[in-house]
Design a protein around this ligand. Structure first.
Ligand SMILES: C[S@@+](CC[C@H](N)C(=O)[O-])C[C@H]1O[C@@H](n2cnc3c(N)ncnc32)[C@H](O)[C@@H]1O
Length: 288
C-alpha cells in the first residue's frame, strides 16, 4: 500500500522558503515553531516525527501563509514566553520580546531576600509582573497599564497564573505620567521595572510592529523618551533607599536614558546594559 504520509522535514523546508521570500527575519525558527504548534509538541521534538499526514501539511501551510503576510508568530500561536511562564497574546496587546528576558533576569538578581515590593509600569500583557511573581512568590507585585485592551489581556493572564497557583498580582489601570499614581507606595518600593514604548515617532518599523503592535505600545514622542521621562520621575519617588529601577530602551538611547537617570540626584549607580547582539538595551540605577 502506498502511504500518503509526507516527510515533515520537507514541509518545514518549504515553509522556511516561503517565509524567507516574504522577508520574515528568522524563517527557519518560525517554520519550526509553526510546525510544533500544529503538531502540539515542543520544537525540540520535531526531529522525532519523520512523517506526517496530509491534514497536518495543510494546517501548517495555512499558518505559514498568515505568517508570510507578516502576522506576528505569537498572534498565530497565541502565546509568548518569559522566564518559566508563558502569557496569552493577540491583537490589542504588545507581543513580549526575547530581549526583555534580560531585564527580567537583572530584576531577579537585585531583589532582596526579604519579601519585595515590585512595580511593573507599562505592563502590557502583564508578562514582566507575572514572571516576577512566579519566580518570587513572596513578592507583592503591582502592574500598571493605560490601555484598556492591553489591560484585558493582562487580566486574563493574571487569572490564568493565579489559577496555576502563582501569587496574585495587583493590576491597575493608570498612567505612568500621573504624578499621584500609587503615591501610597512612595519611598517603600524595592524594584521598579518598565519596558515602555520607546521608539521615536515616525521611525520605520517592520510590518509585525507597525500593523500589529498597538501604536501606543511602541512609539513615544519625537525622541522616543516621553514615557521614559515619566518612569524616571515615578521611580525616584517610589523607591526606598537602596531600591532599584530598570528601564528597557531603544538601541539609540544608550546614553540618553542613563543621562535621564543620572540627572536625578536621588538615583545612583547608573548603568547601561547591552543585549546579546551588543546593542544598548536597558538602563538601571539605585536609590541613594
Ligand atoms: C512596549 S509595551 C511593553 C509591554 C510589556 N511590559 C512587555 O514587555 O511586553 C509598552 C506598554 O506600555 C503601555 N503604555 C504606553 N504609555 C503608557 C503610559 N503613559 N502609562 C501606562 N502605560 C502605558 C502600552 O499600552 C503598552 O502596553
Amino acid at each position: 500500500m502506498i502511504s500518503s504520509r509526507q516527510p515533515l522535514r520537507l514541509a518545514i523546508l518549504e515553509a522556511e522558503r516561503m517565509l524567507s521570500a516574504a522577508g520574515v527575519d528568522s524563517p527557519r525558527v518560525d517554520a519550526e515553531l509553526l510546525a510544533a504548534h500544529v503538531l502540539g509538541v515542543e520544537r525540540g521534538r520535531l526531529p522525532l516525527i519523520p512523517l506526517v499526514d496530509p491534514p497536518v501539511i495543510e494546517a501548517l501551510h495555512k499558518l505559514v501563509r498568515r505568517r508570510a503576510l507578516r502576522e506576528p508568530l505569537q498572534h498565530i500561536t497565541g502565546w509568548s514566553a518569559m522566564g518559566a511562564i508563558s502569557v496569552s497574546v493577540g491583537p490589542g496587546v504588545f507581543v513580549p520580546r526575547p530581549e526583555t528576558e534580560l531585564l527580567f533576569e537583572w530584576a531577579l538578581s537585585v531583589l532582596p531576600d526579604a519579601p519585595p515590593v515590585i512595580i511593573d509600569l507599562c505592563t502590557g500583557s502583564g508578562v514582566l509582573a507575572l514572571s516576577l511573581a512566579n519566580a518570587r512568590p513572596d513578592a507583592r507585585v503591582y502592574a500598571v497599564e493605560r490601555s484598556s485592551s492591553a489591560l484585558s489581556w493582562a487580566r486574563r493572564n493574571a487569572d490564568e497564573r493565579r489559577a496555576a497557583g502563582d501569587t496574585p498580582i495587583s493590576l491597575l489601570s493608570g498612567d505612568a505620567c500621573d504624578p499621584t499614581l500609587l503615591s501610597d507606595l512612595d519611598g517603600s518600593v524595592d524594584l521598579v521595572v518598565c519596558n515602555p514604548p520607546y521608539v521615536p515617532e515616525g521611525t520605520d518599523v517592520q510590518p509585525e510592529v507597525g500593523v500589529h503592535d498597538p501604536h501606543e505600545a511602541v512609539f513615544s514622542g519625537a525622541d522616543g523618551l516621553d514615557v521614559i521621562r515619566c518612569v524616571v520621575s515615578a521611580a525616584a519617588r517610589w523607591l526606598r533607599p537602596g531600591g532599584y529601577v530598570g528601564i528597557e530602551h531603544d538601541d539609540t538611547h544608550g546614553s540618553s536614558v542613563p543621562s535621564l537617570l543620572a540627572a536625578r540626584r536621588v538615583l545612583t549607580d547608573v548603568q547601561g546594559h547591552k543585549d546579546l547582539a551588543g546593542r544598548p538595551r536597558f538602563a538601571t540605577a539605585r536609590k541613594a
